[in-house]
Design a protein around this ligand. Structure first.
Ligand code: SF4
Length: 424
């Protein structure tokens, strides 16, 4: 049990509330109350400083001891012929426990944000891609193109830490970098400071960004494009961007899957990756996909290590079967193809389970609101606040250790799922 009474400050704290996993926060704790003292953002403040209500494990809304809730969850899973494991907003240890339990109970695993990430996976699996990392982009990129997603809103410190960073590895040769925004109404307020040179906008409706990107690819291939504009963006501006990219030493094209509102996100990601491939014939270029919130990149990576597939895996046959369409939890719920939902979320109380008539076992942070009453509710801790753990960053190259800040003694997802599996 941690000592929640002592006043204490923590330096270099990793933040688990978006896929960037900024690891430079300063957090103070007085009693069970946390405060972001330095280097946070609005999302971090909301996550770290949220007051935790005191709640107990419950069965059908009745407070019960933890062991009783674990026993009832095990009973429901034992009885189920097709359990769904959804949400999956947890850390490496929690996700390993999910995979073990799903394997044992012949269930299906699917992360809450799988749909948004599906365009990326389709391109990665079908054509491959050339990608950068956060560190390489900060150190080397001379042109950063933000493609149709509001990065500043989704990942509030991306510009501060990556694009406008005060120091990089190559100070001697560093020149201000150009930043290009494709899409109308994207928050550009982060693109400021001595590290930023030209800021260019190609304004078009967000649902037509895919047309502009496709036209850019066509022009770079030397193909004609009819008319003098595409989705309201002058062809001359598209040609200018083609020249800027071709003349750059290391352009990086950035998008966040959850923010892509184009008519066809699959085609948008495909065209971006083709532009990068084309540029690499004459210069060095890369893509950078953000995202990975709610432990999304962690779920994808652990599912890959354990099963050989990135997500949406079923163990119904006794072996892992990957089917990104059929093994979607929302689709399975809509088609009545299950008899139990196990929903796991440990970061924000907003990621509640979808509405369903199925009995639901909910592992969630205290204060999580739900549309219906779960059959079993077990309050769990948040990795990086209530217990230690590991998370994988959005660029999937770094696994960061998370700290126990001693806010509460709520158990980890890993320990609860291990206890449920032991009770099967
Ligand atoms: S940008 Fe993301 S990881 Fe960084 S402090 Fe904000 S919420 Fe946390």
């Amino acid at each position: 049990m941690s000592d929640v009474g002592a006043a204490v400050e923590f330096d270099h704290v990793p933040c688990p509330f978006c896929g960037l996993l900024c690891d430079d926060l300063k957090i103070s704790r007085a009693g069970a109350a946390l405060k972001v003292v330095k280097n946070g953002c609005g999302k971090a403040v909301a996550g770290f400083e949220r007051a935790l209500p005191a709640v107990s494990p419950q069965i059908d809304g009745r407070d019960v001891p933890l062991n009783d809730a674990i026993g009832e969850a095990a009973r429901l899973i034992r009885k189920s012929s097709a359990p769904l494991y959804g949400g999956l907003a947890t850390d490496v240890g929690g996700m390993r426990a999910v995979m073990s339990l799903a394997d044992r109970s012949r269930g299906v695993v699917d992360h809450a944000l799988s749909e948004a990430a599906s365009s990326n996976l389709k391109i990665l699996q079908s054509t491959g891609w050339i990608m950068s990392t956060l560190t390489e982009t900060r150190n080397r990129a001379d042109v950063v193109v933000i493609v149709g997603s509001d990065i500043h809103k989704l990942h509030p410190r991306f510009f501060e830490r990556i694009v406008c960073a005060e120091t990089t590895l190559f100070e001697d040769s560093f020149k201000p970098r150009s930043v290009v925004f494709i899409g109308d109404g994207l928050d550009q307020s982060g693109a400021t400071g001595p590290r930023v040179g030209n800021v260019v906008t190609l304004p078009c409706a967000m649902d037509r960004v895919d047309e502009v990107v496709a036209a850019l690819l066509s022009r770079m291939r030397g193909h004609p494009v009819s008319g003098d504009n595409v989705a309201g963006v002058a062809l001359a501006a598209i040609d200018q961007l083609a020249s800027t990219l071709s003349e750059a030493q290391y352009p990086v094209l950035v998008w966040a899957p959850a923010g892509l509102e184009t008519n066809n996100p699959d085609l948008t990601v495909h065209a971006v990756c083709d532009i990068v491939r084309l540029l690499n014939k004459t210069t060095r270029a890369a893509g950078l996909t953000l995202g990975g919130d709610e432990g999304g990149q962690t779920a994808t990576s652990v599912c890959g290590w354990q099963s050989g597939y990135p997500a949406r895996v079923s163990y119904a046959s006794g072996a892992p079967d990957y089917d990104p369409e059929n093994n979607s939890v929302p689709r399975k719920l809509a088609a009545n193809e299950s008899d139990l939902l196990v929903w796991i979320a440990s970061y924000t109380p907003d990621l509640g389970p979808p509405e369903t008539s199925l009995p639901t076992v909910l592992l969630g942070p205290p204060g999580m609101s739900t549309a219906g009453k779960p059959a079993v509710f077990i309050p769990v801790g948040t990795p990086g606040i209530d217990h230690s753990g590991q998370l994988i960053r959005c660029d999937s190259v770094v696994s960061l250790p998370l700290r126990n800040l001693g806010r509460s003694d709520n158990p980890s997802v890993a320990s609860v799922l291990a206890a449920i599996e032991a009770a099967l």
